[in-house]
Write a protein that binds this ligand. Structure first.
Ligand SMILES: CC(C)(COP(=O)(O)OP(=O)(O)OC[C@H]1O[C@@H](n2cnc3c(N)ncnc32)[C@H](O)[C@@H]1OP(=O)(O)O)[C@@H](O)C(=O)NCCC(=O)NCCS
Length: 157
């Protein structure tokens, strides 16, 4: 029978400077052109930026399973960064983050949500479609590292 210490508890919490070492490890493992630590530090100072982490606790141990950064500007929520640690993928964490973004956007009076995603990122596109996003347009050569287009996706709140 599983004991209490086998159970993993998930809590969505605010991101802090102390989380950056773990976040940087996930970031580097997740993206071709990861954000630098300086970019996260700058983001942590912005008033209109919402920064969340998923804390996974088992017994007394707690680690970061993923994070989400988005802005609410005027009546729009704009997703800026989302990643889940490889070993915890496909367990609904990203979908949970997207639900939280929608809820916060709703509470803030936003009317829509938008994001850019690499055309080749089929996993993320599937996730966003599952969360109600549709493709609204393309930004040609948006990603200068791979000369790739971005799909612009949009959803209501
Ligand atoms: C994209 C990413 C955030 C998804 O995180 P996740 O926690 O594994 O996603 P979820 O478990 O919440 O998946 C929700 C749905 O998204 C889709 N999806 C997610 N990962 C998928 C994959 N590898 N293959 C196919 N569909 C996938 C599925 O529809 C899934 O639902 P299902 O498991 O019931 O089929 C994660 O793969 C990641 O961190 N990738 C690298 C960083 C990145 O690309 N971020 C997005 C930048 S725009």
């Amino acid at each position: 029978m599983p004991s209490e210490t086998d159970t993993i508890a998930v809590a969505i919490d605010l991101m802090g400077n102390k989380d950056l070492p773990e976040i940087m490890a996930i970031e580097k493992d997740s993206f071709v052109s990861p954000w630098s630590e300086r970019m996260f530090l700058d983001e942590l100072k912005l008033k209109h930026s919402q920064r969340l982490v998923a804390r996974l606790s088992q017994g007394k141990n707690s680690i970061i399973g993923g994070y989400l950064i988005f802005w609410i500007v005027a009546d729009e929520a704009h997703l800026h960064n989302l990643a889940v640690k490889k070993e915890f993928r496909r367990q609904g964490l990203a979908q949970g983050f997207m639900n939280v973004m929608k809820e916060i956007a709703h509470q803030a009076g936003a009317k829509s949500q938008t994001l850019e995603v690499r055309e080749s990122n089929t996993e993320a596109i599937k996730l966003y479609r599952k969360c109600g996003f549709v493709v609204k347009g393309k930004r040609p050569l948006y990603y200068t590292d791979t000369q790739e287009d971005a799909l612009i996706m949009w959803a209501g709140v």
